[in-house]
Design a protein around this ligand. Structure first.
Ligand code: DQA
Length: 150
């Protein structure tokens, strides 16, 4: 029996408070809305021949479930875990558990901010980390995954 072909779909995950993008601390996170970010990710992926499923939640378990579901029909994951970056072993374990390549994105440069943002539970299992490039970081992440999965 031949292996089924890898789906040409990525999962794009945004964690807590990122639904407020556009109005939330615009000096830190910019004025682009989540809808704009998701459109940017979808457009970037489409130019490279990929589909994207976008998920945003303020709830850790919903994010864990979305990551698990990606095992069925996605080939890679772009994730901005928001504040769960710094707290969630559950999200790290979910990402490790599904075994898909992960690119971690942060709008802000978390290393230039408060000390508690310097540690990420996700970075150690990510194939790449983009921080401080604003919304362009999501496009870099899509580019990188598309190249890696080509
Ligand atoms: C963030 C950085 C996190 O520290 C913060 O909790 C966020 C957003 C970023 O995109 O810069 O919610 O992930």
């Amino acid at each position: 029996m031949s292996a089924s072909p890898k789906p040409r779909r990525l999962l794009a995950v945004n964690g807590p408070n990122l639904n407020l993008l556009g109005t939330r601390e615009p000096d830190v996170y910019g004025t682009t809305t989540l809808a704009d970010v998701e459109a940017l990710v979808e457009e970037r992926a489409a130019t490279l021949g990929w589909e994207v499923r976008c998920v945003q939640s303020n709830h850790e378990g919903v994010l864990v479930d979305a990551i698990h579901a990606a095992r069925e029909d996605c080939a890679g994951i772009v994730i901005n875990p928001g504040a769960f970056t710094h707290t969630s072993i559950a999200i790290r374990d979910a990402l490790t558990g599904v075994g898909l390549p992960v690119v971690e994105v942060h709008l802000s440069n978390i290393h230039a901010r408060e000390e508690f943002r310097h540690h990420s539970y996700v970075s150690g299992i990510a194939v790449a980390v983009v921080a401080g490039a604003g919304v362009h970081g999501y496009a870099f992440a899509v580019d990188h995954l598309a190249r890696l999965l080509a």
